[in-house]
Design a protein around this ligand. Structure first.
Ligand code: A2P
Length: 327
């Protein structure tokens, strides 16, 4: 089995998880992908209300567990997240209940606040957009998410989630949270890949006993269009020359190098693929030598960015129309 990392709660989280976000929902495809992932040995599923496919993921999980009675629910680490429009305390609870129902489980292993801002919802709990098509930000709740965090804490106490955490929090968001948290976040799930190593944030998390978890570890293929002022072709991690050379030397793929680099840095990574062969290959762990590891570390600094921090593909400003987003 793949290695695990330990959360501040004492629970273990497998170092490679299966991401279930899909840009385009094709009926039946996620179910097939989750079955293939569980068959390949993945024991960590990353889900969210926002992905709109938790009932498919849940059906796959349920039927796979029935067909594989020596693996139990407790052997699989399940994550879900609450979206920005459901951050009023009652809605936070509703969101987890909704995810549990769709996932067909009676608890999740971790429940995360998906983004550090709150937005308006419709009466039937969908995202409410303004006339300009942008999210309508709830300014007061966004400025102080403590009521949402209190709701998260009581959900952990209720046992419906074994741990709680956040996603897409920068250092200043975490500092604000740590000032009022009675139960501290176990996880901060953020974008990390060789073009966006996110080193400062990772160090802050580790100092505070928060485990970083890497989404888009392969460089976020589907999201390149969100980058401001750069052509798609310039920013593909999977076709990076240096990574390709290392991959060739090791008879592996660039994706495997990205995954190996992440696990060597000491956090779980969440590659996603709907292709059974690629998802199997992504689960085969390669070991990087120190030299190879340093070569990958050097990539972000080669990108020509003034601050050497690299390129963040998932850009909340562009995605949600947040003019005042401060990273
Ligand atoms: P596909 O589903 O066709 O395999 P990220 O996790 O960084 O957001 O990237 C996910 C994207 O990377 C998906 O579009 C997925 O496409 C693709 N992908 C996943 N594994 C591999 C791989 N081993 N080689 C190339 N592309 C991959």
């Amino acid at each position: 089995p793949v290695a695990s990392l330990r959360l501040s709660t004492g629970a273990d989280i497998p170092a490679i998880g299966f991401g279930t976000f899909a840009d385009v929902i094709v009926p039946g495809q996620m179910q097939a992908a989750v079955l293939a992932a569980l068959d390949a040995g993945y024991r960590h599923l990353d889900c969210a209300w926002y992905y709109k496919n938790e009932s498919e993921v849940g059906s796959a999980l349920q039927s796979w567990l029935t067909a594989n009675p020596n693996v139990k629910r407790k052997d699989i680490f399940v994550t879900t997240k609450v979206w920005t429009h459901l951050l009023e305390p009652d809605d936070v609870e509703w969101s987890l209940n909704n995810s549990l129902q769709n996932l067909k489980v009676d608890y999740v292993d971790t429940f995360l606040i998906h983004w550090p801002f709150a937005s308006e919802r419709t009466d039937d709990r969908e995202v409410k957009l303004g006339a300009d098509g942008k999210y309508i930000i709830k300014k007061e709740l966004t400025a102080n998410l403590a009521p949402a965090w209190r709701a998260m804490e009581s959900l952990q106490l209720s046992g419906k989630t074994r741990s709680i955490g956040v996603s897409n929090y920068d250092i200043h968001h975490l500092e604000a949270l740590l000032a009022y948290a009675e139960i501290r976040p176990a996880i901060n799930q953020v974008e990390i890949h060789p073009y966006f190593p996110n080193t400062e944030l990772i160090e802050f998390c580790k100092m505070n006993d928060i485990l970083p978890v890497a989404y888009s570890p392969l460089g976020s293929q589907g999201q390149v269009k969100d980058l401001e002022g750069l052509e798609d072709s310039k920013v593909s991690v999977l076709t990076d020359q240096t990574l390709a050379e290392i991959a060739k030397m090791k008879s592996g793929s660039v994706a495997q190098i990205c995954i190996a680099w992440g696990t060597k840095r000491g956090y779980p990574v969440l590659p996603k693929s709907s292709n059974p062969e690629r998802l199997r290959a992504n689960f085969e762990v390669l070991e990087l030598s120190e030299t190879e590891f340093e070569q990958v570390n050097g990539i972000a600094n080669r990108l020509g960015e003034k601050d050497g921090k690299g390129l963040r593909f998932v850009n909340p400003k562009g995605m949600f129309g947040l003019d005042n987003w401060k990273s």
